[in-house]
Design a protein around this ligand. Sequence first.
Ligand SMILES: C[S@@+](CC[C@H](N)C(=O)[O-])C[C@H]1O[C@@H](n2cnc3c(N)ncnc32)[C@H](O)[C@@H]1O
Length: 293
Amino acid sequence: MNTTEFFTTKNSEKLFVEMPVEIFRQWRDFIYEKTGIYFQDNKKYLLESRLMRRLLHLKMSSYQEYLNFVKAAPQGRYELRYLYDAITINETFFFRNQSQLDALVLKVIPEIISEKKNLNQNKIRIWSAAVSSGEEAYSIAMMINDLISNKYPDFEFEIMGTDISNTALEAAVRGIYSEYSVRNVPIQFLKRYFRKIDNYYEISPMIKGMVDFKFLNLYEDVSMIGVNNIDVIFCANVLIYFDQNSKIKVINSLYRALNKHGYLFIGYSESLHGISKAFKIISFPKTIGYKKE
Ligand SMILES: C[S@@+](CC[C@H](N)C(=O)[O-])C[C@H]1O[C@@H](n2cnc3c(N)ncnc32)[C@H](O)[C@@H]1O
């Protein structure tokens, strides 16, 4: 394989040359095997432009060379974090799905609490399973702090946010957001739970302290096996990047991780139709949840 034909330098500018189809297929298979993310043929240009940035950074001359590098242990294992950053789309914002948050605090948590009281339990575990830069998990934390915690002082709420992108997780831990990101935050929440610094909004230490962030690949069995006893899972706007088989695999893992009578919420444009029949569909105002019976 000629490794110099894909990039060329003219007037000291790097020029982008197309990825050969065979190399695209090898990249697609590798990414799929690692993450469940499937690049359709019409997304080849997207993969090219995303890999190119990293390739230029590493001063490599072809996609093939970069693939060999990522596949080789041990440096490949380290490089994976950059690869995952490069191929994921981390778009998110606060209060992206208000109807789900309302369903959570008005219906789901009170229902779970009344069951837990009968079992003499007092902890509720909530998991934002593709949390990106943290907005979803912090939105949940604000809603719980505002509408739930005082009503149920004996209950403990554990909120976990996980993602495959370390850069997104670092932003979550930093907790500083643009005006655009907070555009849907109710004004009273903005005042109560954020500090404005120039044009940025910093989440309050109290809300930050309610959420634990960590790296987790939803497609990796060994990691998923370690997550158990979850009462509510939010897994929104990530299934769209998976093919049918990876959706089935990930949803089965989420089902297993849930407690009996736990709930799963997915994105507006996503559905479990053809993916899983294990859940009972529960209707809430303007949204639905999937319940483990
Ligand atoms: C578009 S964001 C959705 C964020 C948030 N859930 C929302 O609805 O606003 C999709 C996130 O899924 C993450 N992701 C993609 N594949 C993943 C995988 N295999 N395991 C864990 N996270 C993954 C990406 O890194 C990205 O941050």
